[in-house]
Write a protein that binds this ligand. Structure first.
Ligand code: KMH
Ligand code: ZN
Length: 303
């Protein structure tokens, strides 16, 4: 089979706030609709967070996830990937609550503790629509995104070993690749590893093409043929980084979680618009896009 590119779409996340874009899906119905449209546009994996429908604030409440997960499952064949990164100030138990209930094929697994600041991805913040937004974003200046070795092992133990969920390993810097290699060496995780290398989050490695090459070369050395490479880049770097990654043999992630833009100075009006754009670029350059079935094969998912 010729190599096919997996497109992941991360539809809402926990960083951007409703005042930054009227197109950010917030309610369960909006998240379901955005996911279905993204899958129809060519995304074979949908990465999901939930939000409080009243305020838009990120929420770990499994009841909210359960309002959109079955709708997405019924309407698409896409792989459902639930965050374990959650949002600011959520405990590990909060972060695990929805995935433990939903037992998805895939969940995110963040490979190290770090500073994590909105500035890397948010674009411009002009006004605060909800009371929680300003303090929420200000908290990032003294916030640690906690992912200790013990946290990582606990997520693998409870979700991976417990329910057969496989992971999108989120690596925001070179050290995170070594953390993952350490887990591989100790037999905590096994291949094929879906390694999501992330560029342009303030607190992680910057969005420069030489860093993309360095992360890829490091992953090649550490994981050899035991990994499947994917790339996301925050904000305005999203489309050019994913294009380069596609041409270098990688897979790609887009979506409004990672960027609110569709082009220079132009806001994206939907997740599907971003999926269509990267698909168009990659197909124009001679690549083929993976179906959900092909993505499941490439990543050894439980289906
Ligand atoms: N917001 C992305 C840069 C997670 O959900 O676990 C990383 C992410 C984290 O997707
Ligand atoms: Zn996420």
């Amino acid at each position: 089979m010729a190599r096919k590119i997996i497109i992941t779409c991360a539809v809402t996340g926990a960083i951007h706030t409703p005042s930054m874009s009227p197109h950010l899906p917030i309610t369960p119905a909006e998240i379901a609709q955005a996911s279905i449209e993204a899958a129809e546009a060519g995304a074979s994996i949908i990465h999901l967070h939930a939000r409080d429908p009243e305020t838009g604030e990120p929420s770990p409440d499994p009841a909210l996830f359960m309002q959109f997960l079955p709708v997405i499952k019924q309407s698409t064949d896409a792989v459902v990937n639930i965050t374990t990164g959650g949002g600011l100030n959520m405990t590990l138990d909060d972060r695990l609550a929805a995935p433990l209930q939903a037992k998805p094929e895939m969940a995110s697994l963040n490979m190290g503790s770090m500073n994590f600041n909105i500035s890397g991805s948010a674009g411009r913040v002009k006004e605060w629509k909800h009371d929680w937004e300003k303090p929420y974003l200000e908290r990032t200046v003294n916030h640690i995104f906690r992912n200790t070795f013990q946290d990582i092992e606990q997520i693998v133990e409870r979700l991976g070993k417990g329910h057969g969920t496989r992971f999108e390993f989120e690596c925001y810097d070179v050290g995170h690749l070594y953390n993952l290699a350490h887990m591989l060496d100790r037999g905590v995780v096994e291949g094929p590893l879906f390694v999501q290398t992330i560029f342009g989050i303030l607190g992680g490695i910057g969005a420069e093409p030489r860093n993309l090459m360095f992360m890829k070369e490091t992953a090649d050395r550490l994981f050899g043929d035991q990994y499947v490479w994917s790339v996301l880049a925050a904000g305005r770097h999203q489309m050019n980084f994913t294009t380069i990654a596609g041409m270098l043999g990688g897979n790609v992630r887009v979506g409004l979680e990672d960027s609110l833009w569709i082009g220079p100075g132009k806001a994206a009006t939907s997740n599907a618009e971003q999926v269509r754009k990267i698909r168009r670029i990659l197909e124009e350059l001679g690549n083929e896009i993976a179906t959900p079935t092909e993505a499941r094969q490439m990543l050894a998912l439980k289906g």
